[in-house]
Design a protein around this ligand. Sequence first.
Ligand SMILES: [Zn+2]
Ligand SMILES: [Zn+2]
Length: 424
Amino acid sequence: ADVHDDDDSIVARFQRYLRINTAQPSPDYAQSTDFLLSEAKSLALEGRAVEFVPGKPVVLLRWPGSDPSLPSVLLNSHTDVQPAEDGKWSHPPFAARADAEGRIYARGSQDMKCVGMQYLEAIRRLKRSGFAPLRDVYLSFVPDEEIGGHDGAAKLAESDEFRAMNVGIVLDEGLASPMEYYRAFYGERCPWWLVIKATGAPGHGAKLYDNTAMENLLKSIESVRRFRASQFNLVKAGLKAEGEVISVNMVFLKAGTPSPTGFVMNLQPSEAEAGFDVRVPPTADPKALMTRIAEEWAPISRNMTFEFKQKVSPHDALGNPILTATDSSNPWWALLEEAVKKANGKLGSPEIFPASTDARYFRDLGLPAIGFSPMANTPVLLHDHNEFLSKTEYLRGIEIYESIIKAYASHAGPPGDGGSKDEL
Ligand SMILES: [Zn+2]
Ligand SMILES: [Zn+2]
């Protein structure tokens, strides 16, 4: 084994990536791109940075297979991370310090710089072992996932570069698992970022009258709250998984007439609004939810209007839920299960990702995409304070990917699967 293969060097490379501050809203993409391209070079991978949007590089790496006509394997990860409130962490979020138990604390340690580096480390080990892929293996390191991916994965998915890659399967992020089994995701909830606005008659703060903006908004909030509780109760009762119900959380409230000391206290405002992060599972009925919004949450009869800051459809153009098959029609799912098992890991049943990921841009194209981040025995800390991953789990994850990438890259597919759609 090479000096670069020992556990300390592997962990040190992870820490170097974590120390690059790629927090939104001003991620240092110049540094992350340099770092990733230099890692690619050390692995003798083909590498380039493509700026579909200026200043927002997508790093594309390729490990060529012996039969590049077969559909390729794409290993995707995002380079940006959520902002972190420095003072509220027990360890600085961009120092990537390890504690006595070997936990590495850093923003992005779970979401998802771990995965990006684990792909690379797994390839390093496969290369050293002499393994040669049959299919092309691509890695994409995309920007801006945390703000919706519009200038990142979305642009990649619609590009000529992507078409030329002839991708057949995408791996993207999953979630940590506090249990000993890993989690895998075949779909995800879609973000509907809803703003409801109430108008009403303004008036003296001392007067009781009907149809104020505040009163109208409060009725809506109460209606939303009841719906939220009904969904949450299904989860609490164990009847549905987190990703299978509609979540709705109020994220802002805005009303009142500002004054130099705060707000004018004896004036009832004529406008009031509230914002909600709503997540809609592919299995939900979006029409029914729209009716609920229009008739109960923002009825015109109560002087209410609504708009969406973001509204992603959980259905494709034919009205079918956007889900990656987990049955025999999708050989990649079984291959993943077998590969995890072969590396002595356990995989839970397929789940719907409760938040949103870049995988949706690839599923939208009809491609199978699986959400998977190999972190077992780990609390779910993405977007939270003191996000960490232990060295042991990180290193275990590399072995898991080694097994998965080997299985995927050497999968021959059914006879006659030349991979090109032109054949049909
Ligand atoms: Zn993420
Ligand atoms: Zn995230």
